[in-house]
Design a protein around this ligand. Structure first.
Ligand code: PXP
Length: 257
């Protein structure tokens, strides 16, 4: 079954709306762990719009499972990762104007820079993940860079407007997972996943972890953080169990409105 890593950035987004101390993303991380999350993820953005440097230090001290630090490939972030030493760094593209991470990293085009950064992080004892679109060239480029794991971007699947587009995106992800598995690459996935669309993704064999943030935080405002995390875990388990009997495309039809 894919494990669930909970991204707590948007707890900090609510806090930063008032620039005070609550809600505390560290508390949310601990509640997610209590509910069964296998890891906690935070994204320290260049503009510090949600997670702050001090949060990362406190998360590192308090998280009992694994702390994943999502970050742009910049000198500033590489240095912070070396200082804080999270379990894993997750390289993502970053653009100041975007409301969330838009596309995957173009590793093919930035091979030299990403490879050097990957090697530097690995030399510091950190695992390295590359967040990429489910494209064969990017999957192969991540392998060439020596990434320990790739995270396939599920945003196009999550945002597809028609059943047909959703099916196509699901099949693109499935093909990416198959290609990477055949090359012994470890595969995570995430972005835009929620209680309604996670099932077919959890039904794909070979995904190690799902990284989910916004939908858990939004649901938690109404039902509490532990319950929101548990409900997501239940949805993943349901999808994975269905995946043992049906193809992901069939699971998609089961979840169609
Ligand atoms: N994975 C990566 C690399 C991300 O950038 C994000 C968003 O911060 C997520 C997963 C989680 O996406 P969402 O908040 O849409 O669940």
């Amino acid at each position: 079954m894919p494990k669930l890593c909970v991204n707590i950035d948007h707890v900090a987004t609510v806090r930063q709306a008032r620039r005070i101390k609550e809600p505390d993303p560290v508390f949310a991380a601990l509640l997610a762990e209590l509910a069964g999350a296998a890891g906690i993820t935070c994204h320290l953005r260049e503009d510090r719009r949600h997670i702050q440097d001090e949060d990362v230090v406190r998360l590192k001290a308090m998280v009992k499972t694994r702390l994943n630090l999502e970050m742009a490939v910049t000198e500033e972030m590489l240095k912070i990762a070396e200082d804080i030493s999270p379990h894993m760094v997750m390289f993502v593209p970053e653009n100041r104007q975007e409301v969330t991470t838009e596309g995957g990293l173009d590793i093919k085009r930035n091979l030299k820079r990403v490879k050097a950064a990957t090697e530097r992080m690995k030399a510091a004892g950190l695992k390295v993940s590359h967040f990429i679109d489910p494209e064969i060239v990017q999957i192969d480029a991540a392998r060439e860079c020596g990434a320990n794991v790739i995270e396939l971007h599920t945003g196009a699947y999550a945002e597809a407007l028609t059943e047909n587009d959703r099916l196509q995106e699901l099949q693109r992800l499935e093909a990416g997972v198959l290609h990477a598995s055949l090359n012994d690459q470890r595969i995570n996935a995430g972005h835009g996943l929620n209680l309604r669309n996670v099932g077919p993704i959890a039904a794909i064999q070979g995904i190690s972890e799902l990284h989910i943030g916004h939908s858990i935080v939004s649901h938690s405002v109404l039902v509490g953080f532990e319950r929101a995390t548990r409900e997501m875990l239940d949805a993943i388990i349901r999808g994975e169990l269905l995946g043992a009997r049906y193809t992901p495309a069939q699971v998609l039809t089961l979840f169609s409105p």
